[in-house]
Ligand binder design. Structure first.
Ligand SMILES: [Zn+2]
Length: 151
C-alpha cells in the first residue's frame, strides 16, 4: 500500500484553500455588483443634477420653459385651447385655419394634437364616457317630461 488513496490526496490539499477560493469569488461578485450599481447611481445623480440645474435656471429666469411661438397668428397656448374644438370641427373657418396653420408649423403643438387624437379616439369604445353620455342623454327627456307635467 504505497499509493495514496483519493481521500489522502484530498487531505493533502491545504486546509482553507476551498474556503479562500469561495471567499474570493464572493468578494469579486460583490465588487462587480458594487461597480454596476455605482455607475447606475452615478448616472441617476447626473440626471438629477441636470434636472435640478434646468429647474433652477427656469426659476431664476422666471420665464416659461418653452418660448411662446406665434404660428398662424396664434400662440401655442391659444392653439392648445383651440385644439379640442378644432378636433371636434367646432371652430369657425378662420380659427380652424389658424390652428391648421399653427399645427403645420409648430412641431410641439402638432405632437400634442396627435397625442390628443390618439387618446380621444381609442378609449371611445370602451370608456365609461359613452355610458355616462348615454345615461345623461336618456335622462333629459325624462326630466323634460317631468318639468312639463309639473303643475
Ligand atoms: Zn405651438
Amino acid at each position: 500500500m504505497t499509493e495514496q488513496s483519493p481521500n489522502e490526496l484530498w487531505k493533502s490539499c491545504p486546509t482553507g484553500t476551498l474556503e479562500t477560493m469561495v471567499r474570493t469569488g464572493r468578494r469579486r461578485r460583490r465588487i462587480a455588483l458594487a461597480t454596476k450599481t455605482g455607475s447606475a447611481a452615478a448616472a441617476l445623480l447626473v440626471v438629477g443634477l441636470t434636472v435640478g440645474l434646468v429647474a433652477q435656471q427656469r426659476n431664476s429666469s422666471g420665464k416659461p420653459p418653452m418660448p411662446e411661438m406665434q404660428y398662424g397668428g396664434i400662440s401655442c397656448s391659444q392653439c392648445a385651447s383651440l385644439m379640442a374644438g378644432y378636433q371636434a370641427k367646432q371652430l369657425d373657418t378662420a380659427a380652424a385655419q389658424q390652428v391648421a396653420a399653427h399645427l403645420k408649423q409648430c412641431g410641439s403643438c402638432r405632437q400634442a394634437f396627435q397625442q390628443m387624437n390618439a387618446t380621444v379616439h381609442v378609449p371611445d369604445r370602451r370608456s365609461p364616457q359613452t355610458g355616462f353620455l348615454a345615461h345623461f342623454g336618456q335622462g333629459i327627456p325624462r326630466r323634460l317630461a317631468h318639468a312639463t307635467q309639473a303643475p
